[in-house]
Design a binder for this molecule. Structure first.
Ligand SMILES: Nc1nc2c(c(=O)[nH]1)N[C@H]1C(S)=C(S)[C@@H](COP(=O)(O)OP(=O)(O)OC[C@H]3O[C@@H](n4cnc5c(=O)[nH]c(N)nc54)[C@H](O)[C@@H]3O)O[C@H]1N2
Ligand SMILES: Nc1nc2c(c(=O)[nH]1)N[C@H]1C(S)=C(S)[C@@H](COP(=O)(O)OP(=O)(O)OC[C@H]3O[C@@H](n4cnc5c(=O)[nH]c(N)nc54)[C@H](O)[C@@H]3O)O[C@H]1N2
Ligand code: SF4
Ligand SMILES: [Mo]
Length: 710
């Protein structure tokens, strides 16, 4: 008998990170996964995958993964029925809101929310039914500056320019490590080949990072920069660009000479010489970079986490857009371009909307953006008593937000907490009820978010590989069930959850490719995905500012230049601190995904990755030896960690990966706890934010090392 007869092949998009790689999964007649490989016929990823893809099998089989609701009792967790769970959750939400008002319920949405089409299609109605202003998410621990600047300059938070990596001749990468992260706000499967292709066609790419990262190692050039000083480098670059009149092509974008003059005068004091000592970069090096950006046939500056999560994240992203505009590379091939996804999130967007500061957080009065408050304010607002009940969805803020210890304490004091999550982890262990949805291989997927950020226009629909059993619920069923209970009165019939796939089908059919015959059915018939072509210039049609012009000199941003100036003067005068004398930065690893894939033995095995990277000189000055355990301390906390001496990091800068710190009472993650590590966010400071946008400033946190615990 031919054993291959009963082997079925399943194609899907991996939804673990932003790269949406095509997978080819072979399964036998007993539903055992035999192999997970890259799908060579996926028009976008062309067969590329990373080691985490195989982790999908581990998540599917993980014995720690929850499949039915659990309730926390004095004697431990008990399994309860879905109906009982939904009834209890809805009644608690209602009673707390009746007693203390709508805002007494807080919501935190974590990263996998945006990788999940069911959540994206149903959570908005659920949130409307809740009606709370106390909404938080991982956005303000991540890419909020990009959205803020996109809104200010182009009129909508989602009008994000994406590097046209496949056609550019010169790429400047600042504060991103796509070889480990596989790209962010740049959906780019197979990024290593795409970067090497720049070199093969005679182009170059340069990386600016306080650590010589995996990406820096394959770059044409790597330049160290002192953490959190990028704003001054970018100001100097833009200043130089604006001084080189013969290259400026802004007129194509209807930018007037008056606007350019205004911008120029606001930044002219930041010359390469003036910023050199602060950034640690020689002025000649900056001048050469400017020359390369201007003279390459096409060029693009791309800045990600490293430049977003700092005190001037907003200004940095604005400067990056301005540089791309004034080198003539905005909305043109090889520059920064705007994707045209099949599910067009901007389809119904209105011109001239305000998304900012319509209300503020309770304690520090931090501004709202697009219906969310900065997550750095969440713990203090819980502690102050304004939030009595918290719902967390796909998130682990105890490990992922600044001063996680403070949040850990705050969660202990809540009246009630619900988590929609698949694990009992550092955050959800505080919940009264955990509602675990299906995940990974059990769900259908269409990437609503990341086709919007992709370096090529494609579309792909994925069926579930495994049917859920009767006792499981999809995430969209969970949101629908609670929402329906919230809006129906006592004793009335609860409407059945509505499958959101209808919305998906409509959006595709009436979307930009519908007239060419693209339908959900067509995507179902071609599980490898459809290629919709390279990015095309389209900004003029997409602009959503009041006057449908690019807003170069945004008032809010220009005002923030005053803060940039005050800090500049402070840095010029600063003498070496004897107190917190080191700067802490984070890092990511290819085999790790934020805080939650550490429960896969396959991904965790090998060397301990949760180490404190430190430069040989910095270590020697303190008499610290390799593999020694030290205590490291910031304003908010102290952790104990093993030292890894390496010259791949700048002197006086130290690095800890984020997402670890699993050894906490009650966490039920067997593998992760065995590789517990410590949490970077027990050191990061909730008071350090980008005051313009409210985003967390994780990078360059002042710390000191307390010697020797042998
Ligand atoms: N210091 C520092 N802090 C950082 C960062 C940093 O670089 N440095 N990075 C920041 C960034 S960019 C981000 S995005 C955040 C991430 O922070 P969060 O979004 O808060 O946390 P994650 O680690 O992504 O946790 C994801 C959670 O979702 C659960 N989960 C996984 N799949 C599913 C699913 O299908 N459904 C549901 N309901 N749950 C699921 C997991 O069990 C886990 O609890 O962290 C931020 N924090
Ligand atoms: N394997 C893996 N992939 C992931 C994730 C993961 O956890 N693991 N997380 C996903 C998520 S949620 C996101 S948002 C993306 C993030 O994607 P990236 O932004 O590419 O990821 P990071 O590794 O955080 O890269 C930030 C870089 O900035 C550098 N840096 C730190 N401070 C500064 C600074 O002050 N200036 C400059 N110039 N550089 C600085 C760091 O050394 C680091 O190399 O990755 C996604 N992909
Ligand atoms: S790069 Fe991202 S999308 Fe691709 S296989 Fe790895 S985790 Fe999945
Ligand atoms: Mo992120």
């Amino acid at each position: 008998m031919n054993s291959s007869i009963n082997i079925r092949t399943h194609y899907r998009a991996c939804n673990l990170c932003e790269a949406i790689c095509g997978l080819e999964i072979k399964v036998n007649e007993n539903n055992e996964i035999l192999t997970i490989n890259g799908d060579k016929n996926d028009p976008f990823s062309r067969g590329h995958i990373c080691p985490k893809a195989v982790g999908l099998k581990d998540i599917y089989l993980d014995e720690n993964r929850l499949k039915q609701p659990v309730r926390r009792t004095e004697t431990g967790w008990e399994t309860i029925s879905w109906n009982e769970a939904f009834d209890e959750v809805a009644s608690k939400l209602k009673s707390i809101q009746n007693q203390h008002g709508k805002n007494a319920v807080g919501v935190y949405q974590g990263n996998p929310s945006v990788h999940n089409s069911g959540t994206l299609l149903t959570a908005p109605a659920f949130l409307r039914a809740l009606g709370t202003k106390n909404r938080f998410s991982a956005t303000s621990a991540d890419q909020l500056p990009h959205h803020f600047v996109a809104w200010q300059m182009f009129g909508h938070p989602l009008l994000l320019p994406i590097p046209d990596i496949d056609r550019t001749d010169f790429m400047l990468i600042i504060g991103a490590n796509p070889l480990a992260s596989n790209g962010s706000l740049m959906t780019v499967p197979d990024v290593a080949h795409r970067l090497k292709a720049i070199q093969k066609r005679g182009g170059k790419f340069v990386v600016i990072d306080p650590r010589k990262t995996e990406t820096a190692k394959i770059a044409d050039q790597h330049l160290f920069i002192k953490p959190a000083t990028d704003v001054y480098l970018l100001l100097a670059i833009l200043n130089e660009v604006l001084n080189t009149k013969e290259f400026l092509h802004y007129d194509q974008l209807n930018i007037t000479p008056e606007e350019v003059l205004l911008l120029k005068s606001a930044i002219e004091s930041y010359t390469p010489q003036a910023v050199s000592s602060i950034t640690g970069m020689a002025s000649e090096t900056i001048e050469i970079l400017v020359n390369e950006l201007l003279t390459a046939k096409s060029s693009v500056v791309y800045g990600r986490m490293g430049v977003s999560v700092q005190a001037f994240g907003g200004v940095c992203q604005w400067l990056i857009n301005c540089i791309n505009i004034f080198t003539g590379n905005m909305d043109s091939e090889g520059g920064a371009m705007f994707p045209q996804p099949a599910f067009d999130l901007l389809g119904r967007a209105k011109k001239g909307e305000n998304y900012f500061n319509r209300y503020q957080s309770a304690v520090r009065k931090l501004p709202e953006f697009d219906g969310e408050l900065p997550v750095s304010a969440m713990a203090e607002d819980i502690l102050a008593g304004g939030i009595k009940n918290l719902i967390t969805v796909c998130g682990n803020p105890v490990l992922s937000t600044s001063n996680g210890t403070q949040l850990d304490t705050a969660l202990e004091g809540l009246d009630y907490m619900v988590s929609v999550d698949i694990y009992i982890n550092e955050t959800t262990r505080h919940a009264n009820i955990i509602l675990p949805p299906t995940t990974g291989l059990e769900v259908a997927h269409y990437d609503i978010a990341f086709h919007n950020l992709a370096v090529r226009n494609t579309a792909k629909y994925t069926q579930p590989l495994f049917e859920k059993d009767n006792n499981q619920r999809h995430d969209w069923e969970i949101f629908e069930e609670i929402k329906n209970r919230l809006i129906t009165g006592e004793g009335s019939d609860i409407p059945a959850p509505k499958n959101p796939e209808e919305k998906l089908a409509m959006a595709i059919q009436y979307g930009p490719y519908g007239k060419d015959g693209l339908t959900l059915q067509k995507l179902k018939d071609n599980p490898h995905g459809e290629d919709l072509g390279a990015l095309r210039p389209c900004l003029k049609e997409k602009l959503l500012t009041d006057n449908q012009e690019i807003n170069i000199n945004s008032e809010l941003i220009m005002q923030d230049l005053e803060r940039v100036k005050i800090n500049f003067e402070k840095l010029l005068k600063a003498t070496k601190s004897t107190d917190f004398d080191l700067q802490l930065i984070g890092r990511r690893h290819l085999r790790s995904n934020n805080s939650w894939m550490h429960n896969s033995e396959r991904l965790m095995k090998g060397q301990n990755r949760c180490t404190l990277m430190i430069h040989p000189e910095t270590a020697a000055n303190r008499g610290i030896v390799n593999l020694e355990k030290v205590q490291i301390e910031s304003r908010v906390g102290r952790v104990e960690i093993v030292v890894e001496i390496t010259d791949e990091i700048m002197p006086n800068v130290v690095s800890i990966p984020h997402g670890f710190g699993h050894a906490r009472r009650g966490v039920q993650l067997d593998v992760a706890t065995a590789h517990a590590g410590v949490s970077l966010n027990d050191l990061t400071d909730e008071l350090l934010i980008d005051e313009l946008t409210g985003n967390a400033a994780f990078t360059g946190v002042p710390v000191r090392i307390l010697r020797g615990i042998k």
